[in-house]
Design a protein around this ligand. Structure first.
Ligand code: MN
Length: 135
């Protein structure tokens, strides 16, 4: 049996949690949900997801601060993080990339394309690993 792909969704809005997890479960992914930074760190002590979808705006510790923390810890630094941002402003995208996010998805998510987007990020991350190994 092959291991199912595990995606961690860090998102405080319940409707967004349900929508994103429903789409990803239909795609065949295993999904964990964290509603805050501390909850996400709890999940990361427990498992290593293949991808983290990170809401930028979280109560308390914001998503970019959390991303920097994840990227500075050798145990989690290799996990690709994709920002979920309600801000379509270029500056916010740049901030997300500067914090260590591999990419971003604009919210509200488009349920018709979200699963495909996530698959693309996953295969890009695998290709990135292959390049790193080849070098
Ligand atoms: Mn939020």
């Amino acid at each position: 049996m092959t291991k199912r792909v595990l995606v961690l969704i860090v998102e405080d809005n319940e409707a967004n949690q349900l929508l994103a997890s429903a789409v990803l479960e239909l795609e065949g992914f295993e999904v964990r949900i964290a509603g805050s930074g501390p909850e996400a760190l709890d999940v990361l002590r427990d498992c290593v997801p293949d991808l983290i979808l990170m809401d930028v705006q979280l109560p308390g510790q914001d998503g970019l601060t959390l991303t920097r923390l994840i990227k500075s810890d050798p145990a989690t630094s290799a996990i690709p993080v994709v920002a979920l941002t309600a801000h379509a402003m270029t500056g916010d995208r740049e901030l997300a990339l500067a914090a260590g996010c591999a990419a971003y998805i604009s919210k509200p998510i488009d349920t018709r394309t979200f699963g495909v987007q996530v698959r693309q990020f996953l295969s890009a991350a695998v290709d990135g690993d292959r390049r790193a190994v080849a070098q």
